[in-house]
Design a protein around this ligand. Structure first.
Ligand SMILES: Nc1ncnc2c1ncn2[C@@H]1O[C@H](COP(=O)(O)OP(=O)(O)OP(=O)(O)O)[C@@H](O)[C@H]1O
Ligand SMILES: [Mg+2]
Length: 356
């Protein structure tokens, strides 16, 4: 695997700085032309569809009141874009999640607003809904629907005794729902949206573990100003970015398919995309899994199933889910499947109930 560390939040440093900065530069170029394109397209879409835009504007005062002045007990977590708080809107009593974007280096008001309005046009049951935004002075905040069960990452990797273990059926339903969200972005949205930052922490869970993708617009709206900052957003998160994307900055929907494959492997195995606490050969999930995909004896695939499942999964379902993951993480981007095929396969797997 030729990915390199690129997640600012986790403070990773690159091993091959030269290669990284070259890739970043190229990626930046790709990103710029994509931005010009999508900005133009967005303006077109906005002209045609402005009557459907549902994003509300909020004043800073309203969001301060909703979060009790961003009080510590409302704090949900922090990612690469800023801090997230739980809040209650006084006007509607609605519970929301409010993301306070880091103030340094956002690309200016116009681009922020175009992006926000564009996002408010994207609607699908498997995408977290953007309720509104606030652009007040130099403050930029986004108001999302609140997802009560938190992220898939919390459920897979941050296990605590109060949390129920995700059973096999639930895992397949989450994978199928996340794939449907991605299918909407790739195949149904106009202009199509390449996610760029698909990972377990960006799959949020609602009641009944209903999955929704979050941050699908922010990945494009990355800050500018200092290059490491940009590269973080452009390159996606270490462990999830497709090799060709990391090396050349070539950005296609197939790089999202690769990231989806990594997420699916995490769902099946319970392992993290990158886990430095493991032995060297097992630290990178894809590198660990690739030789195992080739095993002739299918019974041995059970080594790839999450031990927490304690064998409670259908053997056939496991092979099939692994086959989908293996196709998605192929080195050759052109060999990876289309998201519509992934949706078909995973919807079938999710429809098979497994009772033990
Ligand atoms: N709409 C939401 N409802 C409930 N919790 C949320 C919501 N959005 C984010 N969170 C929580 O806030 C925390 C931080 O999310 P955030 O998206 O900022 O970081 P991240 O996903 O880890 O990284 P990235 O910045 O790359 O997306 C996560 O733990 C997530 O579960
Ligand atoms: Mg996120």
């Amino acid at each position: 695997m030729s990915c390199f560390p690129c997640d600012r939040k986790r403070g990773k440093t690159t091993k091959d700085a030269k290669k990284a900065s070259k890739a970043t530069e190229k990626t930046q170029n790709a990103n710029d032309s994509l931005k010009e394109d999508s900005s133009h397209n967005m303006m077109e879409v906005l002209k045609n569809e402005s009557q459907h835009i549902s994003a509300q504007t909020f004043t800073l005062r309203e969001l301060v009141a909703a979060t009790k002045n961003f009080r510590a007990d409302c704090f949900l977590g922090e990612g690469g874009f800023g801090k997230v708080y739980k809040g209650r809107l006084e006007s509607s009593n609605q519970i929301v999640a409010i993301k306070q974007l880091d103030q340094n280096g956002f690309q200016g008001n116009r681009e922020f607003l175009v992006e926000v309005l564009m996002l408010s046009l994207l609607h699908h049951p498997n995408l977290v809904n953007l309720i509104g935004y606030c652009a007040d002075g130099d403050q930029r905040l986004l108001v999302y629907e609140y997802m009560p069960l938190g992220s898939l990452e919390d459920h897979l990797h941050d296990l605590n005794p109060e949390r129920k273990l995700l059973d096999w059926n639930t895992r397949m339903k989450i994978a199928a729902g996340a794939a449907k969200g991605l299918e909407y972005l790739h195949d149904k949205a106009t202009p199509p949206v390449i996610y760029r930052d698909l990972k377990c922490s960006n799959i949020l869970l609602g009641d009944g573990y209903y999955p929704k993708l979050s941050d699908f617009g922010l990945a494009k709206l990355g800050p500018v100003g200092d290059s490491t900052h940009v590269s973080t957003r452009v390159m996606g998160t270490y462990g999830y970015c497709a090799p060709e994307y990391a090396m050349t900055g070539q950005l296609t929907t197939k790089s999202d398919i690769y990231s989806f494959g990594v997420v699916l492997l995490e769902i099946i195995s319970g392992r993290r995309a990158i886990d430095t606490s493991r032995a060297a050969a097992e630290q990178n999930l894809v590198a660990w899994a690739r030789p195992l995909f080739k095993l002739k004896d299918k019974k041995k695939f059970s080594v790839m199933a999450d031990p927490m499942l304690q064998g409670q999964y259908p053997a056939r379902g496991l092979y099939q889910a692994l086959a989908v993951a293996a196709m998605c993480v192929q080195e050759q981007a052109a060999m990876r499947p289309l998201i519509s095929d992934v949706v078909t396969a995973l919807s079938y797997l999710a429809s098979q109930t497994h009772n033990t």
